[in-house]
Design a protein around this ligand. Structure first.
Ligand SMILES: [Zn+2]
Length: 644
């Protein structure tokens, strides 16, 4: 019998599909699957990650064996970085040595005047500051870059967790313990060590007091505050921000975007002459926690304590995977180009590109057939689809940034990583006045994921996700539509989710909606929020507002791929296969500690709900499996929501 929340999880060993689609497909696996002690999740995505990792580990080792001491080729540079990250013996010999100069630098800054004088250096070298400068695509003119300022990260991953005594009391003591153990290996006296920990916590709570939470950050409007440069200056009371960023920029900006306005409206409360020492001690401790995992074996172990508490990961990441993760993080694009060329076949590329074109065409038909949009809004929506750029598999070449990075075998790992971060930042800041490079990819080919970028109106499908069960050249059309098809539809529809709908076909944040159409869209969005809001999960509740953009996309993706099956006159068995494979792609098990964190921070709902909540919105579901009002995954017609 239908009940708002009862279709979520069935108790049976293998529930009937009509009662619990996710459990029917994945329940037996879910009950017996274990998460590797050195991982935080198991399931389809993790298995694909493992496969990619196995392939690339062999390739990196091979390239490392052949690499010269100072490699020129970018994949070889990645391999040498991998080799360096794997050399734990060298790091045991170096101890704290590689970060000592940075710690001394922080200690040499003793006044706000020192701070201002050193600001260009501190920004350039990526020290922990009470603000984070960045250069990214201008939200209102997507052909240009813009300087942006955001707030530093807080210790607890979402600021609402500071108000939750359970999470606060479970997590902050672990962070404190980690900080104390790291400081114990620093040159500070025991009394100073304690002062530094307490000051770091106090300064963190000052940041947290005015920091956006993830629910707020899930709404683009909340981090879009363009202001004239002279207005921005007033937010940085006492800080010589102009002189600080000038050396990195080709010219001074006329406007900037203050991403976290709430934070910057209170900036002078957070950072001033009175709180200066708190900042200094916070920066010192953060320097240690940021770098520890790239130092000795012992420091890596201490430095990952807090991360392990957040995720529940029981064992340290094994050395080879740690080294792979380092190379993959700092050289993701060159590794991706290599991966795509080696592992992504032309047949898959042609076939999936065709599927994307089919889905875009389906969207267009649906927009034309839409009953609640006016013709002018429809015309704009179609324009967005017509101009959408498809990035399939892998880019032909990595951005020129990597040619500027040199990697040698001798320099310590932490120093090398700091230099890469510095060169990357220089690269981003130096192009402030250049036109935006739209050929850049925002995800590398070896990542098991996909994306839509509203500022470029493009969709990216990395090669790594275009594998079974998402996509398989030997699988049926229905299975591939339930996997890759629904994923592709999901990404396309981000162009029309509650955030994407605010950007035009060029990627400019601009309202192209007729007011009545937008009011109707908002009503549908509210219904989508309600469908998820408050569902009990992992000891907490789903925040419908946090996850709404992704749920709109899931629903739309499911619908668009279903329409293709209709257009092809697929038999009922194909619709069944479609839903079954959709559920299979969501097979996931996550450690409970991490589930509690992502409940507050992730704009995606948990996999179980991404399967069972959207599916009963579609008539095809009822027809495919004969779902009746007495079944748990039945939803009365008046409660079903289909936006796109
Ligand atoms: Zn998405």
């Amino acid at each position: 019998m239908y009940n708002e929340r009862s279709f979520i999880m069935a108790e049976e060993q293998v529930p009937r599909v009509q009662d619990d689609l996710y459990g029917h497909v994945n329940g037996a696996w879910q009950r017996t699957a274990t998460i590797d002690p050195d991982r935080v999740s198991a399931g389809v995505s993790t298995d694909l990650d493992k496969l990619v990792e196995k392939e690339l580990l062999a390739d990196l080792k091979d390239a490392l064996a052949k690499a010269p001491d100072k490699p020129k080729d970018n994949f070889q540079k990645a391999a040498v970085l991998f080799g360096k990250a794997l050399d734990f013996d060298q790091r045991d010999r170096e101890g704290m040595g590689p970060i000592q100069p940075r710690l001394s630098k922080i200690q040499s800054i003793k006044t706000l005047a020192d701070f201002n004088q050193n600001l260009p250096y501190l920004i350039q070298k990526g020290y922990n500051l009470p603000f984070v400068p960045y250069v990214g695509t201008n939200m209102h003119d997507a052909t240009r870059y813009q300087v942006m300022f955001s707030s530093p990260e807080t210790i607890l991953p979402d600021v609402t967790m500071y108000a939750d005594p359970t999470q606060k009391q479970q997590l902050l003591p672990v962070w404190e313990k980690m900080a104390r153990l790291l400081l114990a290996q620093s040159p500070l006296s025991p009394a100073d060590q304690e002062t530094y920990v307490q000051d770091a916590l106090t300064f963190d709570s000052r940041i947290a007091a005015h920091h956006m939470n993830h629910e707020e950050a899930a709404v683009d409007d909340n981090f879009d505050n363009p202001v004239a440069w002279d207005i921005a200056l007033t937010k940085f009371a006492g800080v010589a921000i102009g002189a600080g960023i000038q050396p990195l920029l080709p010219s001074m900006p006329k406007t900037v975007n203050i991403l976290d306005l709430k934070y910057f409206n209170h900036f002078s409360d957070t950072f001033n002459a009175d709180t200066f020492w708190e900042w200094q001690h916070w920066a010192y401790v953060n320097e240690l926690t940021d770098h520890a995992q790239y130092l000795s074996r012992d420091l890596r172990k201490i430095g990952t304590m807090y991360q392990q508490a957040l995720t529940g990961q029981q064992e340290l990441t094994p050395p080879e995977r740690f080294a792979y993760n380092v190379a993959n993080h700092y050289f993701d694009e060159p590794i991706g180009v290599f991966y795509g060329k080696k592992y992504f076949g032309p047949q898959a590329k042609a076939d999936v590109t065709h599927m994307v074109e089919d889905l875009i065409a389906t969207y267009k038909q649906q927009i034309h057939a839409n009953t609640w949009l006016s013709d002018s809004t429809k015309a704009m929506a179609v324009k967005k689809l017509d101009t959408m750029v498809i990035k399939m598999g892998y880019p032909e070449k990595a951005r020129p940034l990597y040619d500027r990075i040199s990697i040698d075998k001798e320099t310590p790992l932490a120093t090398t990583l700091d230099t890469i971060a510095e060169v990357s930042q220089q690269y981003r800041f130096a192009r402030l006045n250049n036109p935006v490079d739209r050929s850049e990819w925002n995800m590398p080919a070896q990542l098991v994921n996909a994306s839509y970028d509203p500022s470029a109106n493009d969709i990216t499908f990395p090669a790594a996700i275009l594998q079974a069960p998402f996509y398989d050249v030997n699988a049926s059309r229905a299975a591939n539509l339930g996997g890759a098809g629904a994923t592709i539809g999901h990404e396309i529809s981000h162009a029309f989710d509650n955030n994407g709908a605010m950007y035009d076909e060029h990627g400019n944040k601009k309202n192209w909606w007729q007011p009545a159409d937008f009011a109707a869209f908002k009503k549908y969005t509210a219904a989508m929020i309600a469908q998820f809001d408050g569902i009990p999960y992992a000891g907490g509740k789903i925040n419908g507002k946090l996850v709404v953009s992704e749920n709109i996309a899931d629903n739309a993706g499911l619908n668009a791929a279903l329409q293709i099956l209709h257009a092809e006159d697929a038999p009922q068995s194909d619709f069944q296969e479609y839903f079954i494979n959709y559920a299979r792609t969501w097979r996931t098990k996550i450690r409970p500690e991490f589930e509690r964190v992502i409940l507050k921070t992730d704009v995606h709902a948990p996999a179980l709900l991404r399967t069972n909540v959207p599916v009963p919105n579609f008539p095809e579901w009822y027809a495919a499996f004969g779902v009746k009002p007495s079944d748990r995954m039945f939803r009365p017609a008046d409660k079903r929501v289909v936006i796109w």
